[in-house]
Design a protein around this ligand. Structure first.
Ligand SMILES: Nc1ncnc2c1ncn2[C@@H]1O[C@H](COP(=O)(O)OP(=O)(O)OP(=O)(O)O)[C@@H](O)[C@H]1O
Length: 364
C-alpha cells in the first residue's frame, strides 16, 4: 500500500512562506501530476514528500506510516530528476545496478532485475555503453531504470522530460504512462507543461502560489475550470476572455460585450443578475465557423490563420480586440474576410470579476 497523505503542510524559507496549510490525499496506484507556473511550489512539495526538504509544519504519511521525520532512504520512494545525474565512469548496467549492489543484493538477483527493467525501458542493447555515448532520452531512461530497480512504493518525477526535444518528450511520456499501467506504482510527476499533465495524469493537482487551486481529472480541469486562473492556464490555444455585462430575461441571461451577445441558461450559474459585470471565457477549440441555426454567433474580421496540420487557429478582430477559434475548415478562410463563428452555450465559462471563481453551479 502506498497511499500518501499530506496534512496541513507548511514550508518557509527564512521568514518567507512558500507553501501554506496544504492538504492532499493520493490513493494507492494513482498517477498524480503537480502542475503550475514556475515558483508555485511543485518541486518543494515533491521534495518534502521525498524527504529531501524539511517540512516546516504538518505531516506526511506514506502507506499509513508517518514519514515526516524519516530520512529519504527509509521512505520507500525513488525519484527521477530533470538532470540525469548518472555516474559517467560506469556502464549503463553498473549505473542501474548501483543501488542494489549497495544493498548487497546477490549478483544473480541483480542481473535478473537489471534485465527486467532494461527490457521494459528498451535499454537491453545499451547495457555496456557509458552514459556519454547515449542520447539525452536514453540517459533519462537509464535514470528511470535506476529508480525503478529498487521497486519503490512511490515514484517521484521532477520535470524528468524538460531537457528533451518535443518528439522524445512525447515518446517517453507514453513510456512512463505504459510503465505505470504495468507496475501500478503510485506516482507523482511534476511539470509546468499543461499538455504533458493532461496526457499523463489520472489526476492533476494545479498549484498556484503555494496552494492547490483545483484538483481533478484532466477532463474535469479542462471542461469545468473552477477559476479564471485554471481556465487560462489549461488549454492551448489559450482561452479567450471578455468582460461582459449581464442582462437577465426570464430563464435566459445575455452576456454582452460590444457586438458580442451570448445567451446562456441563467439557472446554471449563480449571481447572474441584470447589471452585473462578469468575465466570460471561450475556448478556441470549442468554437467553429457558424452553421445554420447556431445561436451564439460572434462576427469579426480574420487577421491571421495559423496552420496546425489537421486544423487551424483563426485569429479574428472583434470590435478592435483579437479572439481566436480552431477549425478543420481553415483552408476555406482568408485573412481580411468577415467571418461568423459560434459557441455552444454549454461551453461558455463565466467567472466572477471579484475573486475569479467560476459562477457555474456544477463547477468543482
Ligand atoms: N532553498 C530555497 N531558499 C529560498 N527560497 C526557495 C528555496 N527553494 C525554493 N524557494 C522558493 O520557493 C518557491 C517555490 O519553489 P519551487 O521550486 O517549489 O517552485 P516550482 O513550482 O517547482 O517552480 P519551477 O517550475 O520553476 O521549478 C519559489 O518562490 C522559490 O523561489
Amino acid at each position: 500500500m502506498a497511499n500518501i497523505k499530506c496534512t496541513r503542510i507548511r514550508k518557509s524559507y527564512g521568514g518567507h512562506t512558500v507553501i501554506s496549510d496544504l492538504n492532499l490525499d493520493i490513493s494507492d496506484h494513482e498517477f498524480v501530476v503537480f502542475l503550475g507556473p514556475s515558483g508555485c511550489g511543485k518541486s518543494t512539495m515533491l521534495r518534502m514528500i521525498a524527504g529531501l526538504e524539511e517540512i516546516s509544519d504538518g505531516t506526511v504519511s506514506i502507506g499509513g506510516r508517518d514519514v515526516t521525520h524519516l530520512p529519504p532512504g527509509e521512505r520507500g520512494v525513488a525519484m527521477v530528476f530533470q538532470s540525469y545525474a548518472l555516474y559517467p565512469h560506469m556502464s549503463v548496467y553498473d549505473n542501474i545496478a548501483f543501488g542494489l549492489r549497495r544493498q548487497k543484493v546477490p549478483a544473480e538477483e541483480i542481473r535478473r532485475r537489471v534485465d527486467q527493467v532494461s527490457n521494459l525501458l528498451g535499454l537491453g542493447q545499451l547495457l555496456e555503453r557509458k552514459p556519454k555515448n547515449l542520447s539525452g532520452g536514453q540517459q533519462q531512461r537509464v535514470a528511470m531504470a535506476r529508480a525503478m530497480i529498487k521497486t519503490p512504493k512511490l515514484f517521484l518525477f521532477d520535470e524528468p522530460l524538460s531537457n528533451l526535444d518535443a518528439k522524445l518528450r512525447e515518446k517517453l511520456r507514453t513510456e512512463i504512462r505504459r510503465m505505470h499501467l504495468e507496475l501500478k506504482t503510485t506516482t507523482i510527476f511534476v511539470t509546468h507543461d499543461q499538455l504533458e499533465a493532461m496526457t499523463i495524469a489520472d489526476r492533476i493537482v494545479l498549484m498556484r502560489a503555494g496552494a492547490i487551486e483545483q484538483q481533478g481529472t484532466p477532463s474535469e480541469i479542462f471542461d469545468r475550470p473552477a477559476t479564471r486562473f485554471v481556465a487560462d492556464f489549461i488549454g492551448s490555444p489559450a482561452m479567450n476572455f471578455r468582460e461582459c455585462s449581464v442582462h437577465v430575461e426570464g430563464d435566459r441571461a445575455e452576456l454582452v460585450s460590444g457586438s458580442i451577445r451570448l445567451k446562456v441558461p441563467a439557472k446554471d450559474y449563480r449571481d447572474l443578475v441584470s447589471g452585473a459585470r462578469v468575465e466570460v471565457g471561450l475556448r478556441p477549440s470549442k468554437m467553429d465557423i457558424a452553421a445554420e441555426g447556431d445561436v451564439n454567433i460572434i462576427s469579426g474580421t480574420v487577421v491571421l490563420i495559423e496552420n496546425m496540420g489537421s486544423e487551424g487557429q483563426v485569429i479574428v478582430d472583434v470590435d478592435g480586440r483579437e479572439m481566436s477559434f480552431v477549425t478543420k475548415a481553415f483552408r476555406t478562410i482568408e485573412a481580411g474576410q468577415r467571418i461568423n463563428f459560434s459557441i455552444d452555450p454549454d461551453n461558455i465559462h463565466i467567472f466572477s470579476r471579484d475573486d475569479g471563481r467560476s459562477l457555474l453551479h456544477a463547477a468543482a
